[in-house]
Design a protein around this ligand. Structure first.
Ligand SMILES: [Zn+2]
Length: 195
C-alpha cells in the first residue's frame, strides 16, 4: 500500500503503521488544511497512544509536540483550536469505521495458529482499514464540527448568577460558542485555553 511520505516516516518511528496512527495523522492533516498550517493551533485528544503520537508529531503550538490529554470525559475525540480566529474543530470518530472489525479481531487471536491463510486475511483487513483511513472520505470516518468561540468581555459584577446551560455558579468568564453564551465548562474547550 502506498502511503504519504510523512505518514510513512511516522510509522517507521512507531515501528508500524496502525489504524490509530493513520487516524491521528489524517485528522491532523485535515486541521492543517483547514487552518492553513498548525502554527497557531492548540490540540487536545483522547484515545489510543498511536493516535496521540501522530498528533504530537504534527503539533506546533504553543510548543512543538504539545497535545493536551485531558483526564476527564470530553464531548470529542480530538479538538483543534485556532487561536487567531477562535475557531475550533471538534472531532468525534466513528469507531466502527476507524477500528478493526470483529472478524479481523477474531483473526488476530488465531495468528499464531496452524492455518497459514490467517495472516494474509488479517493483513488484508488491516490494509483495507488503514487505506480507508488515509484516503477515504472524511465524513465516513468521523463527525467534524466547526465552532466559533469568543471569550466575552464582561465585568465580574455583571456576570449572570448561573450558567444558562448547566446552572453552574462557579465561573469567572462567559464564552460565546456559535450563538450560545455559556460558562467555560459548557463550551467544550479546554479550560486552560480560554484566557
Ligand atoms: Zn455551563
Amino acid at each position: 500500500m502506498l502511503v504519504p511520505l510523512d505518514l510513512a516516516a511516522l510509522a517507521w518511528k512507531q515501528s508500524h503503521l496502525s489504524p490509530e496512527l493513520a487516524l491521528g495523522w489524517r485528522l491532523g492533516r485535515h486541521a492543517h488544511d483547514c487552518f492553513d498550517g498548525l502554527d497557531r493551533v492548540r490540540i487536545a485528544a483522547t484515545g489510543h497512544a498511536h493516535t496521540l503520537a501522530a498528533l504530537e508529531r504534527l503539533a506546533r503550538f504553543p510548543e512543538p509536540g504539545m497535545v493536551v490529554k485531558p483526564a476527564g470525559l470530553r464531548p470529542w475525540d480530538m479538538l483543534f483550536y485556532h487561536e487567531p480566529t477562535a475557531t475550533a474543530l471538534k472531532v468525534v470518530c466513528i469507531s466502527r469505521r476507524t477500528t478493526l472489525s470483529p472478524t479481523a479481531i477474531e483473526l488476530e487471536d488465531k495468528l499464531n495458529g496452524d492455518d497459514p491463510t490467517v495472516a494474509d486475511r488479517y493483513q488484508e483487513e488491516l490494509d483495507g482499514l488503514v487505506s480507508n483511513i488515509v484516503n477515504g472520505n472524511l465524513t465516513g470516518l468521523c463527525f467534524v464540527q466547526e465552532i466559533r468561540c469568543r471569550v466575552l468581555d464582561v465585568e465580574k459584577s455583571k456576570l449572570p448568577a448561573s450558567c444558562p446551560w448547566c446552572q453552574s455558579r462557579s465561573f469567572t468568564r462567559l464564552i460565546e460558542v456559535d450563538d450560545h453564551i455559556c460558562c467555560p465548562a459548557c463550551s467544550g474547550l479546554e479550560p486552560d485555553w480560554l484566557v
